[in-house]
Design a protein around this ligand. Structure first.
Ligand SMILES: *[C@@H]1O[C@H](CO)[C@@H](O)[C@H](O)[C@H]1NC(C)=O
Ligand SMILES: *[C@@H]1O[C@H](CO)[C@@H](O)[C@H](O)[C@H]1NC(C)=O
Ligand SMILES: *[C@@H]1O[C@H](CO)[C@@H](O)[C@H](O)[C@H]1NC(C)=O
Ligand SMILES: [Zn+2]
Length: 431
């Protein structure tokens, strides 16, 4: 009789233990979603999500405020100078070779520079992870990749709403439900594209925000329909904001070739014409000359020797950063020969500028409802995600304390109550 009973108890206990494990987590990034973008658009689904969950006033992204570096901060909780993905572009100062955003995704040694993305840590702790289009997905880290992944083609259309829905169906129906993954990161390339092309305060961006809003509604419906609402936490955020570029005529542009005393003959390697950040490697012995020529050459250009970059930007201490770093004020770009590349909206600016801040929403069984929280930093999302997944974080630069208040007063207490209830049921069964 007792042997039988204990078998039942053991079976029952193991069931309780399994059912009290952590909830699943979906991290979603909408590229270039500035913190205040919902102002001009009808966003019923974002509003509903706010009622059902948590909204941050805004989140401060890391500097440099561009796509690959900032997304890798989300995945590692590290400042950019610490994870080493310092730019969208990969480059070699000896061979002069440059790889743009897409081709740089496949340079393993660029991404695998000592910081492990959360997928790998989760997998090492026995969880199952997936990633769709998220920057960093294609690379191999210490010999491992995220085990379930989809990398887009070089010509992928990042704004096609039908494609977005197919991707969501895959992540919810296949990856979370059928394959039982614990964590997935999911990337959408808008509203970044619309922000660059039409400027952040354009009707085209307002329309794209409505597309994003419909998509959020679709994601939440799919989660509900597949019965995952009570088991899946969702975090939605972004990598950087967007600001309006100033036009020729309104302002004097920053064009290095026109600066007296500056010559490209003194430069071994340059990274220019990529928005507000420029980097230069002067030829042997020319550093001081180049620096003095550029310093105070334009009122809206900040010229630093690498080690002088303000510490709050955390963009100084990495061997990949070049000896001279140029940072333009909001609305300006750092041009080399000519202002060739004209966009109406741009990012990459100082992360203190409000237009660079991003939005943040979260909903799910572990999040409070209808709660507005104070601003925090994007590096803090990493320890939050590790906490939700119940995995031990790697060394990182975030603070769980800054984001903990958004969680229900303690998942552990709820688990404890459930545990207590089940123990009582066992006792009752025994009686
Ligand atoms: C750049 O190219 C040189 C010469 O081919 C090579 O020795 C060096 O390792 C390369 N650096 C990087 C970062 O790939
Ligand atoms: C990171 O990259 C730098 C420069 O490319 C290299 O010197 C350094 O050894 C790398 N560190 C790790 C841990 O991979
Ligand atoms: C959007 O994607 C769908 C599905 O792949 C495709 O059938 C459709 O032609 C695309 N639309 C546009 C405008 O490219
Ligand atoms: Zn962009």
């Amino acid at each position: 009789y007792w042997g039988n009973k204990s078998l039942i108890i053991v079976t029952y206990l193991s069931y309780i233990l399994r059912s009290s494990t952590k909830n699943k987590l979906l991290l979603i990034s909408f590229d270039g979603f500035r913190w205040d973008y919902e102002r001009h658009s009808a966003t019923p689904n974002l509003d509903k999500m706010t009622q059902d969950g948590v909204k941050a006033k805004y989140v401060t992204p890391p500097f440099l405020t561009i796509t690959s570096p900032s997304h890798f901060t989300m995945l590692t909780g590290r400042h950019i100078e610490n994870h080493g993905v310092i730019h969208n572009m990969w480059f070699n100062t000896t061979t002069q070779e440059k790889k743009q955003y897409y081709s740089a995704q496949f340079v393993d040694s660029y991404w695998d520079n000592g910081s492990l993305p959360i997928w790998i840590t989760a997998q090492r702790e026995g969880l199952k992870a997936g990633s769709l289009h998220f920057p960093g997905t294609a690379a191999t880290y210490e010999g491992e990749t995220v085990s379930v992944r989809q990398v887009e083609s070089a010509t992928y259309d990042y704004s096609n709403e039908t494609e977005w829905r197919l991707n969501i169906d895959k992540v919810i129906g296949d990856w979370f439900l059928r394959q039982d993954l614990d964590f997935v990161s999911l990337y959408f390339g808008e509203p970044d594209g619309a922000g660059h092309k039409y400027g952040p305060d354009s009707p085209e961006v307002w329309e794209m925000i409505e597309q994003v809003d419909r998509t959020i509604g679709y994601i939440r419906d799919q989660i509900e329909e597949h019965g995952l609402s009570e088991r899946l936490n969702v975090i939605i955020t972004s990598d950087h904001g967007m600001t309006k570029m100033l036009r020729e005529g309104e302002v004097q542009k920053i064009i290095l070739s026109k600066i007296p005393g500056f010559s490209f003959k003194d430069i071994q390697f340059q990274l220019l014409d990529y928005g507000p950040l420029g980097m230069l490697l002067p030829k042997e012995g020319q550093l001081e000359k180049v620096y003095q020529a550029l310093k105070r050459s334009h009122p809206n250009l900040h010229v630093y020797k690498k080690e002088e970059v303000p510490p709050r930007l955390h963009y100084s201490n990495h061997p990949r950063l070049l000896p001279i770093i140029l940072i333009a004020d909001a609305g300006y770009a750092v041009n080399g020969l000519l202002p060739l590349h004209y966009v109406k909206g741009e990012h990459g600016f100082d992360n203190e500028i409000m237009d660079m801040k991003v939005f943040f929403r979260a909903v799910g069984p572990d999040f409070q409802k209808n709660l507005l929280v104070d601003p925090f930093d994007l590096v803090d999302v990493y320890p939050l995600m590790c906490h939700l997944l119940g995995i031990k974080p790697e060394v990182h630069d975030g603070h769980l304390d800054k984001v903990k208040d958004m969680l229900v007063s303690s998942t552990d207490t709820r688990g404890g109550n459930l545990y207590f209830k089940n123990i009582m049921m066992i006792v009752l069964t025994l009686l």
